[in-house]
Write a protein that binds this ligand. Sequence first.
Ligand SMILES: Nc1ncnc2c1ncn2[C@@H]1O[C@H](COP(=O)(O)OP(=O)(O)OP(=O)(O)O)[C@@H](O)[C@H]1O
Length: 367
Amino acid sequence: MTEIQLSNIDKHFGPVHVIREINLTVKDREFVVLLGPSGCGKTTTLRAIAGLEDIDSGDILIDGKPVQNVHASERDVAFVFQNYALYPHLTVYENMAFPLRAVRQSREEIDRTVQSVATSLGITGLLKRRPSALSGGDMQRVAIGRSLVRRPKAILLDEPIGSLDAKLRETMRVELKRLHIENGSTSIYVTHDQVEAMSLADRIVVMHEGLLQQVGTPDEVYRYPANMFVAQFVGSPVMNLADAAISEGADGVSVGLGGVNFAFPAALSGELTKAGAQQRKLKLGVRPEGVLLSHEPREGYVAVTSGIIEPLGSHDIVDLKVGDIVLRSRTKSGFVAGPGDQVWARIDPAQAHFFDTTSGISLGIRL
Ligand SMILES: Nc1ncnc2c1ncn2[C@@H]1O[C@H](COP(=O)(O)OP(=O)(O)OP(=O)(O)O)[C@@H](O)[C@H]1O
């Protein structure tokens, strides 16, 4: 049973406010991913949990016990670095045995543990090699293996597969997921790669400029982003965002984007009133899969012209000229023949998000 709690943690590096009053509870056996752009404070947060960095204020609790005054080596959490940090002069076996020798385990115990962890990582064939004879993926497996041998209370991973090539990252992602399912250790994982976060996390913690933006399951973060930052940081291609001009007439509600009016259900009126947003400046957000296309005019669809088409094999991403803005739509491959074609587009109201332009916060409207 391992729970990690961050209570109001705050940290500056000189004048830079790196972590701002962060509150977070990572539950036992949970896999939490800290996600955000470079410099948002993810690594500092992780290092603070490990005891590799002091905090200015707040509390870090492991299983309910404050650990500020507990040395890193006594916190019983393992840290996996992006650059592996293996000892170059030791074999893989010795690298993995190192943490166990440090706590004076018997030769038999060490051997049993190293062999068992090596088997679960598929690296038994590498035990006699030195790090210089390993590929990047193998080195990362060994680094993870070395962190697992001690059966730590929690594992903290700092962009552990960030330096691998795209193909290998995909393989390692699946391996990490399998390992977590098998071991179930409480894990905190740092990355700026939203695909990695979506695929690995039980919950994603999105950070920006030292502040928590949203904490939720991958599905929640993707489908119900709390603000425009999260909306555009998670998801690829990014969510369309455009100034929205709401008009209410006898024939219903419409949302003007780039000067073109899209029909919306009458319920939008009531929802905007409930959110107190009638007089505010709003932006509409819609992911490319929420911009629906038709070859013919249909009710609720407006005529638009296609621009650049990105064929991606399983689907296409089509730029649409909508008045004076561009919206991107995800369509079946070949649905739009070429740039300059006329098609008809509609915004799926169920996939539309409304944000306050000034604060960036989602109004939480679900149609
Ligand atoms: N030892 C340090 N001294 C001074 N400033 C630091 C130090 N470590 C980090 N910073 C600064 O703190 C901020 C947050 O850094 P941090 O490494 O936590 O961000 P990050 O989100 O993990 O980014 P990255 O993905 O690039 O590692 C950055 O502005 C960084 O330059």
